[in-house]
Design a protein around this ligand. Structure first.
Ligand SMILES: C[S@@+](CC[C@H](N)C(=O)[O-])C[C@H]1O[C@@H](n2cnc3c(N)ncnc32)[C@H](O)[C@@H]1O
Length: 219
């Protein structure tokens, strides 16, 4: 799959208002994860595949002096993020790909990503880039709903026309370890709002929960 195809597809999601739909769909799990992240004052956070930037803004507000950068391949997602931005929040947004972030090495305390990394054109390179931009000892928190222990998601590539990495929990962990991460763990997170809060399209996979992969860059 090409970055051009990804950007065209996700630009069209913005035209259809699906960026705010994703916020509604994902906000329960992100709130549950954020409550456990323990973001520290002044931390610098990178949000990979930020969409309209709703989670980037939450991350930047999670501790005094924290700041966040959201990156996304879709120029329309980034334009939408800029429209929704408030000048009181220490966040900004850039068009970039997972595979070529164009950001300085060792710059971030944390990398976060919600429902995005399985679209990577080159997952190995994307994880190496995430590792590269982290400070020594920095941590990654990546959440995906598309994983092989959630079998009702299997048809998502057909539905979206996009190729996606359909990995098991063990394969996600191994991919992080191959990229040089350590202390890699994975757990399921259920939406605290329950399955009833999900759209009909997502009700079946909501019951399987999201997969939260946590990892560290060696200190
Ligand atoms: C399902 S959306 C999730 C957006 C946001 N994290 C949220 O929860 O609302 C996935 C996002 O990842 C972006 N994306 C997909 N592949 C990408 C890549 N290779 N590089 C950068 N962004 C990518 C898409 O443009 C899209 O905005």
């Amino acid at each position: 799959m090409s970055h051009e195809k990804l950007s065209k597809t996700f630009d069209s999601w913005v035209d259809a208002g699906r960026d705010s739909g994703m916020e509604t769909e994902h906000s329960g799990v992100v709130a549950a994860v954020l409550a456990q992240l323990d973001v520290r004052p002044g931390e610098q956070i990178l949000d990979l595949g930020c969409g309209n930037g709703w989670a980037t803004r939450l991350l930047a507000k999670a501790a005094p002096g924290a700041s966040a950068i959201g990156v996304d391949v879709s120029p329309k997602m980034i334009a939408r993020a800029e429209e929704l931005h408030s000048l009181t929040i220490r966040a900004r947004y850039e068009v970039a790909t997972f595979e070529n972030l164009g950001l300085r090495s060792g710059r971030f305390d944390r990398v976060f990503s919600m429902e995005a990394l399985y679209y990577a054109v080159d997952l190995e390179r994307a994880l190496s880039e995430a590792q590269r931009v982290l400070k020594p000892g920095g941590r990654a928190d990546v959440i995906v709903d598309f994983f092989s222990e959630s079998p009702t998601t299997r048809n998502w590539p057909e539905k979206t026309g996009l190729s996606m990495h359909y990995l098991s929990t063990a394969q996600w962990r191994a991919a992080f370890e191959r990229a040089g991460f350590i202390d890699v763990t994975a757990e399921r997170v259920l939406d605290p709002r329950g399955v009833a809060a999900a759209s009909p399209e997502h009700a079946s996979n909501k019951a399987d929960g999201s997969l939260w992969i946590r990892a560290h860059k060696p200190a």
